[in-house]
Design a protein around this ligand. Structure first.
Ligand SMILES: Nc1ncnc2c1ncn2[C@@H]1O[C@H](COP(=O)(O)OP(=O)(O)OP(=O)(O)O)[C@@H](O)[C@H]1O
Length: 866
């Protein structure tokens, strides 16, 4: 093409590289700058707020250009990635000084939202997962990788299960096959950063092969995923994606584990959202994790987040965690001592990943050293704690003494972050390095030493050492001393009054001095690389340390929170009973205004007489709070955490379902009622024997009669289920449902009590036996500042309806609402009246024709019928 031939060689090279990475914003290294061109430049200049200029592209045209200095990459890259870009970093692959013409360049890393090592892209407290999905006929396979920590997980199951995992692990990016765009769109309505991979990658044989080749195994049995076809496909595709994005050093991804569905409590995605476990539902909301997270290390917070979305089902494992929390609660001295050392452990997990991929810098190596220095003492405390579970944790810690010693010995205490700054390796490690450094730093002193020595040896008192560009360092001898010059000196230049000589020693030294700085940095780099390579042998044990520290940190955090908030140790058993005494809501109790205290409540549920509690009570009484706190107590207990109650006997729960509050899907074209019914259907279709079900105001999104009927039949279904009798808390405004208590032995009526004092309602917040008579909704309307006429009229209508109910009439009650006796007020509130009034006022009797008048009259009559 004529145009292409006119391009500058640089732009030709740029275009060729750019073409290999479609969809990525290309940062193109030119000298000390990263440049972007064309569309990329327009994008980058906006996101980074940098100047957009134009540059001549040979004779061809002008092209937009925006660039920034290469050392600003760390601050600019995260901004580009956070803005949703995939960023390809193209570096110079050879030293520009040593090449004639154009320097070889290539993409050295493709940073995507889900694949990053950059500390500014990553958040310390959360894992940065890349997810890969593969949609099979009946099941979906999912792979999750946190490249920054090396954690690699996979799962396979029905759409609801995978959806729930996605909700819980909250990946930063999801990849899937180009051919499955529709399947993905149908399943996942929320917006994610996504990327589509060529279809051929998502093939079983290819992905199986990739996984086994990566782990160096002949099959996948050892990981327990051999039979999981879709999980294998999705996980294997991640390995392809890593290679495609130039992530080739993957030593830290040493294993893949299956997320074992049967080991964790099933929390559907609505529950994770509704209960605000890890994210607030609304701006300004406080999720439970904010109350429970007192962790001191990034591993601790990340572990906690995982535990929250995957509470345990196995009693023994829960007990083990609880017993450790117990040990820390009982022995605060021990927890204080360990806490002190936890503070010194930074992101060990991400540091060792950087070792494995060869991206660790000297400053980070010092952080690794600091972390390892603290592992030893923690191990000691655990092993001497006298507590079996703690001893087991201590056993798993490895203080990596050899590595620690070597880093201590070899790395300077004040090593800089950047390699080229030098001053990384300690003195006494490498003779050549020491000498070079000595030369570089004290070169001039050394020359003075040579000068003095030669003055003494030759008796040439005027001897001096100097430098010029033509032949470097030389010895200058004035003519008077010429005859004292030793034979081995080589004359280089004769001046009028003096002669200049060089010596073997001077030349050798000169070379050293000129290159010393460059050379010692090269040796330092070499030695540092050797140190990193040595550390690479410790990836396994350090990853294990990171896991143990994460666990320990979490459990100490539980103990701290338990003490601050006065939680109790729950008793977990296999019975079908849930017995909470004086339970509280862990978040609301922390948010009450000063002087107010949270009113604790008892909740007892079983599979016999108290399987379903119908909880009525006025608006604002605290029904939702009670429902949520019950679920939160169960979840916290099964995470291994103490709970906000004075006593909690809890039979294991295996699924928690919630239909609480409105999850607003209006933006996705679904009505509130539709969402409510979809969520409820999903609950009823997935019940189990040990489920805990929370339903809050089911049916309120439709007409009263529809609502009551639906709510009624749902309660009956839960009580009459042919297999399971799931424990259920059912909060409702429909007092009619209290009738059910008479028909079913497993249903009990409760209410959250209020007191009426004169015209006012006082919320007692106590759960009491029996149903409540009315809602006090009108009082709440009044509290909310509704105009008085509306409140008075509503009270009258309600009074009428309640009278009717007592007489148990079944006629259409609304038709019988008596005509009101405060007409004026009513008219004020009646929109039809206002419209008619406005129409009449707007009529000009003098100009209206008879036909028009008749039509207007007809219109007015029509209004009355509306
Ligand atoms: N046990 C309690 N002790 C103290 N304050 C409470 C308690 N329970 C609830 N509250 C407070 O009352 C407010 C209303 O509670 P909640 O939302 O549970 O009421 P509700 O009965 O579900 O109301 P509605 O039917 O209108 O949804 C809560 O935000 C909380 O501040």
């Amino acid at each position: 093409m004529a145009k292409a031939t006119k391009e500058t060689p640089l732009m030709k090279q740029y275009n060729a590289i750019k073409a290999k990475h479609p969809g990525a914003l290309l940062l193109f290294r030119v000298g000390d700058f990263y440049e972007t061109f064309g569309e990329d430049a327009i994008k980058a200049s906006k996101v980074l707020e940098i100047v957009l200029t134009k540059r001549a592209n040979g004779a061809a045209s002008h092209i937009e250009l925006a660039g920034f200095p290469h050392h600003s990459l760390d601050s600019y890259l995260p901004r580009l990635v956070r803005a949703g870009n995939r960023v390809a970093i193209c570096d110079q692959l050879e030293d520009p000084k040593s090449v004639k013409g154009i320097v070889k360049r290539g993409v050295t890393e493709l940073v995507t939202p889900g694949l990053s090592f950059n500390d500014n892209v990553l958040e310390q407290k959360r894992n940065n997962y890349l997810a890969s999905l593969h949609f099979g006929k009946n099941e979906i396979g999912a792979g999750f990788l946190d490249l920054s920590t090396g954690e690699f997980l996979c799962a396979q199951g029905n759409a609801a299960y995978i959806d729930k995992l996605i909700q819980g692990l909250n990946p930063s990016e999801i990849i899937y096959s180009k051919g499955q765009r529709e399947a993905f769109g149908n399943q996942f309505k929320d917006s994610y950063n996504t990327y589509h991979i060529d279809e051929w990658v998502y093939a079983y044989d290819y992905t199986y092969e990739r996984l086994t080749a990566h782990f160096g195994t002949s099959n996948l049995k050892g990981f327990g995923i051999e039979e999981m076809e879709h999980a294998i496909i999705s996980a294997g595709a991640i390995l392809y994606y890593l290679e495609d994005t130039e992530h080739k050093e993957l030593g830290h991804i040493s294993s893949i584990s299956r997320i074992e569905e049967d080991k964790y409590v099933w929390l559907d995605k609505f529950t994770i959202r509704n209960l605000e476990l890890v994210y607030p539902q609304h701006e300004g909301g406080v999720p439970l994790i904010d109350i429970l997270d007192q962790t001191l290390t990034p591993m601790g917070s990340r572990t906690l987040k995982r535990w929250m979305v995957l509470p345990l089902k196995e009693r023994a494992r829960i007990e083990e965690r609880l017993s450790i929390v117990d040990a820390f609660v009982e022995n605060s001295e021990l927890s204080d001592e360990i806490t002190e050392h936890l503070r010194g452990i930074n992101d060990l997990e991400r540091l060792i990943s950087k070792v494995a991929v060869g991206r660790i810098n000297p400053r980070e190596m010092l952080q690794l050293k600091k972390a390892l220095e603290n592992i030893g003492p923690i191990k000691g405390y655990l092993e001497n704690s006298g507590n079996k579970a703690l001893e087991r944790l201590g056993d798993q810690l490895n203080n990596c003494a050899k590595l620690l010693e070597r880093i201590k010995a070899e790395l300077k205490e004040d090593a800089p972050m950047l390699m080229h700054q030098g001053g990384i390796i300690a003195d006494g490690i490498n003779e050549e390095l020491d000498e070079l450094r000595k030369i570089a730093f004290s070169g001039k002193d050394y020359l003075v030493q040579i000068q003095q020595r030669e003055v003494e040896a030759t008796g040439i008192t005027s001897l001096k050492i100097a430098y010029n560009k033509v032949f470097g360092y030389y010895l200058e001898v004035s003519n008077t001393h010429k005859d004292k010059v030793p034979q081995e000196w080589i004359r280089k230049q004769t001046l009028v009054n003096a002669e200049r000589y060089i010596t073997e020693e001077l030349k050798t030294y000169e070379e050293k001095i000129v290159n010393a700085e460059d050379q010692y940095k090269v040796i330092e780099q070499q030695l540092f690389s050797e140190l990193v390579a040595y550390a690479n042998d410790f990836v396994g044990p350090i990853q294990q340390n990171a896991r143990v520290i994460g666990t320990l940190d979490c459990l100490i955090s539980f103990a701290t929170v338990a003490q601050i908030n006065k939680y109790c140790r729950p008793e977990i058993n296999d019975k079908m009973i849930l017995d909470i005494e004086e339970g509280r809501h862990p978040v609301i109790e922390k948010q009450l205004p000063v002087g107010e205290t949270y009113v604790p409540n008892d909740v007892f549920l079983d599979d016999q007489t108290h399987q379903i509690l119908i909880i009525t009570g006025p608006n604002m009484a605290g029904k939702s709070a009670l429902l949520r706190q019950t679920a939160l107590i169960v979840i916290m207990a099964q995470m291994g955490c103490y709970v906000p109650a004075s006593k909690a006997l809890l039979g294991i729960t295996d699924k928690v379902f919630t239909r609480v509050g409105a999850s607003d899907n209006l933006s996705k074209g679904e009505s509130t009622f539709m969402v409510e019914m979809t969520e409820t259907a999903s609950i009823l279709n997935n019940l189990s024997e040990r489920s805990l079900v929370l339903m809050d105001e089911i049916g309120r999104g439709t007409s009263t009669y529809d609502g009551i009927s639906i709510a009624w039949s749902i309660v009956e279904y839960l009580q009459n289920h042919d297999k399971f009798r799931p424990k259920t808390l059912f909060a409702t405004h429909y007092h009619e449902l209290n009738q059910l208590e008479e028909d079913f032995p497993g249903i009990k009526n409760f209410n959250v009590s209020v007191k009426e004092v004169g015209n006012k309602v006082i919320f007692m917040r106590k759960l009491m036996k029996g149903g409540s008579e009315h809602s006090f909704g009108i009082h709440v309307a009044q509290m909310a500042g509704m105009p008085n006429p509306v409140v008075i009229r509503a009270a009258e209508i309600m009074h009428h309806l309640e009278k009717d109910k007592i007489r148990n009439q079944t006629e259409d009650k609304l038709k019988e609402v008596p005509k009101n006796n405060f007409q004026l007020n009513l008219f004020e509130a009646d929109p039809t009246f206002n419209e008619i009034k406005e129409l009449l006022e707007g009529l000009d009797i003098n100009t209206i024709s008879p036909v028009e008048a008749l039509l207007k009259l007809n219109e007015l009559k029509g209004k009355l019928k509306e």
